[in-house]
Design a protein around this ligand. Structure first.
Ligand SMILES: Nc1ncnc2c1ncn2[C@@H]1O[C@H](COP(=O)(O)OP(=O)(O)OP(=O)(O)O)[C@@H](O)[C@H]1O
Ligand SMILES: [Mg+2]
Length: 249
């Protein structure tokens, strides 16, 4: 059922694999950006966060990844409270995060980017690299080129591939299709679905709200740092208020 909410902890009761639960907080000593904001994802699921520019989507993702302190609320991974952990410790626990900006090293080659992605690993990474090249064949072709020379869509593939190099248990993507053409967007979504089918839960922010909700098992509409609507992708796409206000009718 669609819920039109202020704050919810219903997600917490079913204890999702990854949840930022009723998070309130902002940057440094600045004002709160998030207000009782909850986002979560389960294995096999694609959860999508949509909402207007400045709604706090990236801030919510950063809060889940430990890049800002929440004043109240909790982040739990696989039942464990990780609210106090640093981003690096969260990577060690199995979180992969592709931020909205500066998500690759442009002067390094594609392959060096992937190697950097595996920084926490001490074992043989060649198998994982082959998996990434299998998922994104163009990256194998361009593996010795500087990542900065690639197209927007290819750079996003490098960014996602880099996050996959740690063999994460959950993948967080902030606008993976930003700045790419509709065709490239469809291709990226197909790859993301392919990754999700392997069982890896994916929590992502998208500005292409309609298309993203079409592939979403679960959707969150954030407005001014709050959960405005939550439902399955289908439910949100069918909701007249959501359509009118956020999907262009
Ligand atoms: N590093 C920061 N320091 C202080 N305030 C910030 C910082 N980053 C974002 N903000 C503020 O937090 C609010 C939410 O921004 P955020 O980037 O989370 O929105 P968003 O929903 O991701 O927007 P967009 O769709 O444009 O990516 C905005 O008012 C923004 O100015
Ligand atoms: Mg953002």
């Amino acid at each position: 059922m669609i819920s039109n909410q202020t704050a919810t902890s219903t997600d917490a009761q079913s204890s999702p694999f990854l949840i930022g639960d009723t998070m309130t907080g902002g940057y440094g000593k600045g004002p709160d950006i998030l207000h009782d904001c909850t986002i979560a994802v389960n294995p096999g699921e694609i959860a999508v966060i949509v909402g207007p520019n400045g709604a706090g989507k990236s801030t919510a993702m950063k809060a889940v990844f430990g890049m800002l302190d929440v004043r109240s609320g909790h982040v739990r991974l696989d039942g464990e409270d990780i609210t106090g952990l640093s981003p690096q410790d969260r990577v060690v626990r199995g979180m992969g995060f592709v931020p909205q900006t500066s998500n690759i090293f442009t002067s390094m080659t594609v392959e060096e980017n992937l190697e950097m992605g595996a920084f926490i690993r001490r074992d043989d990474i060649s198998g994982t690299m082959e998996q990434v090249y299998h998922l994104f064949p163009i990256l194998k072709e361009k593996r010795n080129q500087a990542a900065g020379e690639l197209s927007g869509g290819q750079r996003q593939q490098v960014a996602v591939g880099r996050a996959l190099m740690t063999q994460p248990k959950v993948l967080m993507l902030d606008e993976p299709t930003a700045g790419v053409s509709p065709i490239v967007m469809d291709e990226l979504f197909d790859r993301i679905i392919e990754v999700a089918r392997t069982g890896l839960p994916i929590l992502m922010v998208e500005q292409n709200a309609k298309q993203a909700l079409e592939i979403a098992d679960k959707g969150y509409v954030l407005v001014q740092g709050r959960n405005a609507y939550t439902g399955t992708g289908k439910e949100l796409l069918a909701d007249p208020d959501v359509r009118k206000s956020f999907l262009g009718g």
